[in-house]
Design a binder for this molecule. Structure first.
Ligand code: EPU
Length: 418
């Protein structure tokens, strides 16, 4: 039996909601805990499918893992395998973060090529470059990342683009490499800084995370630690957009407003009020919006992961907006679903020209990937009538209790079997 998220649109969101822990920080930090020689306790983890898949993978490798109330204890001392199974690894993108971790622990690893959302080509050439620059031999024969090294040594890695995955994998290799590594043209996303802080708390020497060059003095003995991960930047942004889309008044707690500046700036440009204080973000909107142009970029630019929800809001903005997607070419596929709801959109290669309409109308639509799913939820909230969203698994992979959170603000969303 399939499930859909059914949304009765038109409800104004109002109230206070807490944001959960960062998915993309969690999926990097959990594998990193295997580099320690003692248990780690990681707090503020989101209770989402990707985290559960990682738990299964860690247990399969021999770790003891407990996960209760958002707090995970990972005891890596029993890890005795370096080849996680295809059935688990292929379920998510971040499984390949285990490749440098297990390489560091055992001197070899065999990790199936990663899965994850189908949002366009997701090559791993920069990860391979990072690992080989530090002395690993890497091939991908048989759909498996086979890595081995007698010795890893520090060196300068020059990434062709600031890839999040390649930056994470280069950092995770560098902490096991003797000597000094510099990762040039590194990604600067908040979850990169969070991973650096976690590694430092384990005893690693990591400097410069959040800038273009990350410097790591590797080969240190790493121990378990207690750590709380950052709030989810994309969940925060999705809630901000949902609040604006319904002409609502929503306060998001437990957030880091500085992570949201590129979105806040766009919302202000559209005529939405955004007020920040400490870990609070209050979003208020009268429900009418000016059109804006948006171009996705690495942090601190506008995140590709918020392009789809924001584009959805732009379908009802006055005038014409131009959205340029520079990171993942297939992240416009969801525009077909928006058209089913009455949106007026023309896509030319990596540019979407969105002409605002008065209102979207509820329809049966599909989540084509995780963030497209979030966009469909925003669309359903602001549409008239009923919207049924298929592809629910995508949404639940990355958003903790999204239906319950939005319902606590006055939305009418239910998960139903069809
Ligand atoms: N790229 C290459 N070669 C590489 C790596 C990347 O050409 O070796 C290109 C990609 O094709 C893409 C660009 O570089 O055009 C950026 O890709 P990046 O490596 O930064 O993305 P990723 O690590 O695969 C992470 C997030 C994504 C998020 C992107 C961009 C995780 C687990 N995933 O993916 O999150 O969209 O960074 O910020 O951190 C999501 O959460 O829904 C999601 C897809």
């Amino acid at each position: 039996m399939a499930q859909v998220l059914r949304i009765h649109g038109g409800a104004r969101l109002e109230g206070t909601v807490a944001v959960g822990g960062g998915k993309n920080a969690a999926v990097a930090i959990i594998p990193a805990a295997l580099l320690a020689d003692s248990p780690s306790v990681i707090e503020n983890l989101p209770d989402i499918e990707d985290v559960h898949v990682l738990i299964q993978m860690l247990r399969w490798l021999g770790a003891e893992v407990e996960f209760i109330g958002g707090v995970m204890t990972i005891d890596p001392r029993g890890v005795d395998k370096s080849n996680p199974p295809y059935e688990l690894a292929s379920k998510m993108r971040a499984s390949y973060y285990l490749s440098p971790v297990l390489l560091g622990v055992f001197g070899h690893s065999a990790v199936p090529m990663p899965g994850g959302c189908d949002i366009g080509a997701r090559p791993i050439d920069q990860t391979i470059k990072g690992m080989t620059t530090l002395g690993a031999k890497v091939d991908t024969l048989g759909g498996v990342i086979n890595a081995s090294a007698d010795r890893l040594y520090g060196a300068d890695i020059f990434l062709d683009m600031p890839s999040v995955g390649a930056t994470v994998n280069s950092m995770l290799t560098a902490v096991s490499a003797e000597g000094y590594t510099q990762i040039h043209n590194a990604a600067k996303e908040p979850h990169i800084v969070d991973l650096a802080n976690f590694l430092s708390a384990m005893g690693a020497s990591v400097r410069g995370a959040g800038t273009d060059v990350i410097r790591i003095r590797g080969g240190r003995h790493l121990h378990g630690t207690n750590y709380a991960i950052i709030p989810d930047q994309i969940e925060t942004g999705t809630l901000m957009i949902a609040a604006a889309a319904t002409g609502g008044d929503v306060t998001i707690t437990g957030a880091i407003p500085s992570h949201m500046e590129s979105l806040s700036a766009k919302l202000l440009e559209m005529g939405v009020s955004v007020y920040c204080e400490d870990d609070l973000i209050r979003v208020r909107s009268g429900g009418s919006f000016r059109s804006v142009n948006v171009k996705t970029q690495g942090y601190p630019g506008f995140p590709t992961d918020l392009q789809q929800p924001l584009s959805t809001l732009l379908t009802v903005a006055r005038g014409t907006s131009i959205v340029t997607e520079t990171i993942f070419e297939s992240r416009f596929r969801f525009m077909d679903e928006l058209r089913r709801m009455g949106a007026s959109i023309r896509v030319i290669e990596t540019t979407a020209i969105i002409t605002g309409v008065d209102q979207l109308v509820g329809a049966r639509v599909n989540a084509t990937d995780l963030r497209a799913g979030a966009a469909m939820v925003v669309a359903g909230l602001m549409a008239s009538g009923v919207t049924d969203i298929g592809g629910v698994d995508y949404i639940l992979r990355g958003y903790e209790k999204i239906d319950q959170k939005l319902n606590s603000l006055g939305a009418q969303i239910e998960l139903i079997d069809v």
